[in-house]
Write a protein that binds this ligand. Structure first.
Ligand code: HPA
Ligand code: ZN
Length: 333
């Protein structure tokens, strides 16, 4: 076996966790098409191929437009169950043993879908994943940062009834112009209610958004964070406190954060001993699930087996699993 084959095999055979995955971003064109028919929801595409060929993005906002449009086909609890179950089957294939998934309630409640319908569908599939495949999971509820803070409190209120199912709140959607400070009060309340916090920051936005996510939103992890290398002081802090950065390489290429995978800064971040790991973000839109992200990134950046091991270990270390479970998995890597 050559080095690439060794690394590819290692990635396939090693138990892994995923910490940055939007469940709505795992909606494959085939299921989108099926649900649009099942629910009689019009989509502006005539075929699965037409959907796929529309996936050319120039930045985050150009993707979000298509992503929210795709989510419109999700109506019933069964739809949310099917969506999540399809992702779980991918986890099984990729040997993901623990996953922490985001959902965007506001992209559904704004269309008149009940909060309970969404969470019960997702949770039902995750319960089945645990029963059938021993895959464990956590759910993170994201607020849409292009919306105002005020209506988010109502969503937080709804989440209180499902505290047993939701471990943390996060922040996603259009980053530039929607700084973390806009949601300071909301996150303060969420923390008081017992939720952990995470936030997308430094995907397209400046290092300042990473600083403010840490200081104002008290996040346990930064989602993406790739813009941090522009600020040496920030790098020092991220290294010293081993703040997890949930990097998503194929997403960054599809959304033109970097021009090509060979120019991604993941290896530089690893070399600076930052707590980075690899994730798939919105795999149905960005062309690859977790193992593809790991394999393609390893090839493009010439990562060695030790680098890949560190990435996989970092992911377990940064998960919201209890210490005992983390240690059991870490001992197997
Ligand atoms: N960034 C911000 N919001 C998102 C993303 C992302 O990569 N994916 C889904 N919502
Ligand atoms: Zn994301």
């Amino acid at each position: 076996m050559n080095d690439t084959e060794i690394i590819t095999n290692y990635i396939q055979n090693t138990p892994k966790t995923e910490l940055h995955l939007h469940i709505e971003g795992s909606l494959e064109p085939e299921l989108m098409f099926k649900l649009s028919k099942r629910n009689k929801i019009e989509i502006p595409f005539k075929s699965v191929d037409e959907i796929r060929s529309a996936y050319n993005f120039s930045n985050l906002d150009s993707f979000l437009k298509i992503y929210y449009q795709g989510s419109n086909v999700l109506i019933t609890e069964e739809d949310f169950f099917d969506l999540t179950w399809e992702y779980i089957l991918r986890c099984k294939k990729d040997n993901i043993v623990h996953t922490e998934i985001f959902f965007d309630p506001q992209s559904h409640t704004e269309r008149g879908i009940e909060f309970n319908t969404i969470i019960n569908g997702i949770y039902g599939a995750l319960k089945k994943a645990n029963a059938e495949f021993n895959i464990t999971s956590k759910i993170i509820m994201c607020f849409l940062r292009h919306l105002d803070e005020e209506p988010c409190f109502e969503i937080l209120n709804q989440a209180l009834k499902h505290k047993d199912k939701i471990i943390a709140v996060g922040l996603d959607s259009s980053e530039r112009g929607n700084p973390p400070k806009k949601f300071k009060n909301l996150f303060e309340t969420a923390i008081k209610e017992g939720f952990l916090t995470v936030a997308h920051a430094g995907e397209e936005g400046p290092p300042e958004y990473i600083w403010d996510s840490l200081k104002l939103l008290k996040v346990k992890r930064i989602d993406h964070g790739v813009q941090c290398l522009k600020d040496n002081k920030l790098v020092d802090l991220l290294k010293k406190n081993q703040i997890p950065l949930t990097v998503c390489p194929l997403s960054n290429i599809k959304l033109c954060v970097f021009d090509k995978l060979e120019n991604h800064n993941l290896k530089k971040m690893l070399d600076k001993e930052l707590r980075v790991m690899v994730n798939s973000d919105d795999p149905a839109y960005f062309g690859g699930y977790l193992n593809s992200n790991l394999v393609e990134t390893s090839k493009a950046l010439n990562l060695g087996l030790e680098d890949v091991k560190i990435l996989i270990k970092n992911s377990f270390k940064s998960s919201f699993l209890d210490e005992k479970s983390k240690n059991i998995w870490l001992s197997k890597i």
